[in-house]
Design a protein around this ligand. Structure first.
Ligand SMILES: CC(C)(COP(=O)(O)OP(=O)(O)OC[C@H]1O[C@@H](n2cnc3c(N)ncnc32)[C@H](O)[C@@H]1OP(=O)(O)O)[C@@H](O)C(=O)NCCC(=O)NCCS
Length: 208
């Protein structure tokens, strides 16, 4: 009986997510309704077997539900097959891609625009909110909780991004990144990494 109720619940969440404008592949699990706000013409694509959790009962670290927002007609949020997110915010102006088998922890914020723009003459404006640089996260990555992934960043396959990391620059495949701004070092070969130990700190231009 409990199983049937759970199936019905997942079915309802999937149905409502589709009504909100997302395209959903087969075998997806939408655990509690995400917050979705989709700009007309934009796309939200959830591949086969994607998991999306907004349910505190299933992830005790969760602080809010999954949020999917597209702000321009050309925006595309794509979650490739078998990827999973819980309590993550994706705010997209250009393109955000999450690779196959990649999982992203709660509280992580991925946004591909600069948000607000500042100039001494005109002050703050929302102009940059509508222009984005695509973010691509490779396959089989583990993104810990409360990370921030900034616009234009590419994260290669098989990367681990530690909890609370602010990713301001590209992370090559097979690396572990941590800190603010993120520094990275190779993961051991056994974890799919490239296997040498050498830390890479961001260039001074990235720090400023
Ligand atoms: C990255 C992580 C997986 C540990 O990896 P690890 O290979 O065991 O890392 P280590 O403990 O060997 O640490 C390696 C270095 O990274 C640093 N580090 C690890 N996690 C870090 C973090 N979250 N923030 C800043 N630095 C971190 C360590 O201090 C260490 O630095 P040092 O070499 O200068 O001493 C773990 O720290 C982490 O962040 N897990 C995420 C958990 C999570 O968010 N889960 C979501 C559940 S839904």
């Amino acid at each position: 009986m409990k199983n049937i109720i759970l199936r019905l619940f997942f079915f309802l969440c999937k149905f409502l997510t589709q009504i909100k404008g997302a395209s959903i592949g087969k075998g997806c699990i939408i655990n509690k309704l995400p917050y979705i706000r989709k700009c007309r013409g934009s796309q939200i694509i959830l591949g086969d077997y994607v998991t999306m959790t907004s349910n505190k009962r299933h992830n005790p670290l969760l602080q809010h539900r999954v949020e999917l927002r597209t702000l321009t007609p050309q925006a595309v949020i794509e979650m490739k097959p078998h990827s999973g997110i819980s309590g993550v915010s994706l705010v997209c102006c250009a393109r955000i891609t999450i690779g196959e088998y990649t999982i992203v922890g709660p509280g992580t914020l991925i946004y591909d625009s600069e948000g607000h723009d500042y100039s001494p003459e005109t002050g703050w404006s929302s102009r940059k909110l509508r222009t984005g640089r695509p973010i691509t996260i490779g396959s089989k990555c583990f993104i810990g909780s409360h990370c921030i992934i900034l616009s234009g960043v590419n994260i290669g396959d098989n990367c681990v991004i530690a909890a609370g990391t602010v990713v301001t620059q590209d992370i090559p495949a097979g690396h572990k990144a941590y800190g603010n701004p993120a520094i990275y070092e190779p993961l051991p070969k056994i974890l799919g990494g490239v296997g040498r130990r050498k830390k890479t700190v961001p260039s001074s231009s990235t720090i400023n």
